[in-house]
Structure formats: structure tokens, C-alpha cells
Design a protein. Sequence first.
Length: 322
Amino acid sequence: MIVGVDIGGTKIAAGLVDQAGKILAQSRMPMVANDAARGLAAVAAAIEELRSRSGSGFQPQAIGICAPGPLNPTTGVVINPPNLPGWHNFRLAEEIRKLYPAAQVKVDNDANAAALAEAKWGAGRGYRNVFYATIGTGIGTGFVIDDKVYHGRTGLATEGGHIGVDLHGPRCACGKRGCIETLAAGPAIARRARARLSEAQSGGGDAKKSALFEMAGGRAEAVTSEMVAKGYAAGDTLAKEVMNETLDLLAYWLGNIIDLLEPDVIVIGGGVSSMLGPFLEEIRARWAGACLSPYPQETPLVLAHYKEDAGIAGAAALCDTN
């Protein structure tokens, strides 16, 4: 079995994963983001919790870790993650090897790891080239070719969430303008809906007739992306406008991905994926005219197999040699 560890800014999730990608046991610990030593101790505590459940004789032979980037997957050094300020230039793989000298240790970012898990064991299994996108608070991507993550020259490749689709769009946290993350991730969907509802209220429109107005308790600032999906399903005009714009943006972005990489399959995961599930065919239909390729509809667009456990499975996949 492989130990897979998913490190986030606030929590650590670890699991024992077999070589078929099945998660057999899990543990969770709070993450200490601003202190390197305490953060490392939290990771070790999550691993030790798994060991205690597996019997005192269990020694992990392989530990895969997915952590926030940017990081160097070759050296296992976490470079300067915004959500983990205590781990700038932190030698994560080296420190874990000191604690578990008998274990193979691999480190990669969460989107790359999840892409590999989907390619090996999930919705991308059986395809040679798998493009994976996790859409949630942000947008992360990974590209797997023949069961190998494409890292680029320095390990920082496939930051697909920061492909710009609008030169004059909102400024992203990365410093660029109009990244797809700023336009189609969960917060961006909610932000556009809130703006539309506020405009309707201030412009004399009958915003109170909107299902979003009711769901948000009459407060435009309380609208969430989940409410937009529910409003769309209820036939709300404002929600439909926001949702259709989101689908246009995602289709245009993924059309660029098809022209650049021509993957065999595109897998969508992350917290917003369940909301987008009913609209995958609509996104594919929008590829007509959004791609140079004359065959975009031949590319399957599917939901990820691993949901909230994508990080655990992905981390374990880094160490799987089958």
C-alpha cells in the first residue's frame, strides 16, 4: 500500500491507497501554515495516525505528497506557496525522507497529482493523453502523457488556470489580467451574479423576481455559485445569463487546450464540477467555432472519478509504478 498525503492551507488529509487506486483508510489533521517545523510535524502526525490504524509493524514503503505550488517535483522543494508562508524554499521531500528513511518519497502539486490519479485509476483510465482541470476556488490543471505528468523545463508547466482569455479582464492574484481562473472559477461565477443582481436593483429592474434574490435572502452580496446553478435549474433569467457566460468562457478556454494539446480526454474535477456536470454537453457543443481543430466533438469531456479524495489518490499515484 502507498501513503498519499494531501496538504492544504488549513488541513492535511492522508490515506492508505492500494495499487488499484482504492483508498482503504484515511486520517485528517489541521495544517500549521506559518511555521515550517510545526507544519512538518502535522504531516508526520497524519501519517502516524494511518500507521497506528494499520498495526505497529506497518512501515510505509512509499509516500506520495501533493502540496500547493509552485514547487519543484524533481527536488521535492516547495518554492513559495501563497497559502503556506512558512514553507518558502522548504525541502519537503528531504525532510520526509529523514522521518521515513525506508520510504520512496515523491512530491508534486495537487492538480498534477490528481491528473495522474484520474489517468491511472479514474475517468481517464484507458486514454493515452489526459488533460485534467480542477475547478473550485481557483482553477488548476495537469496533463498526463502515457501515465507520466508533463512538467515542462522546471516543473512549473500546465498552469492552465492562468491562461488569459481577456486582455482587459480582472487582475488575477498571479498579476496577469483575464486569467480563466478570474472569470470562471467558483468565486468568479458568484461575483458576476452579484454584480448583475446589484445592477438590476440599482437600475430600477425588478430584482426581487429573481430566484437568486430569494435564495440570497434579499442580499446580493450573499449570492454563491451554487445558487447560480440552482437558479438556472429553476429557470431564473439572471442565473441563465451568468451560467451561459460561464459556459462560453470555459468552452473558449478548453477549445484553446484542444488546439494546443489535442488530449484524448478532458476530465473535470474540483468543487464546482458537480455544478457543471449537467452542462458538459453544452460546453462541448460550444467548441464548434472555438477550435481550429475540425474534430473537437471527438474529445470526451467527463467528470472526475475522485472528488474530495482527489488529493489523496493523486499523491499515491505519484509513487505507483504499475
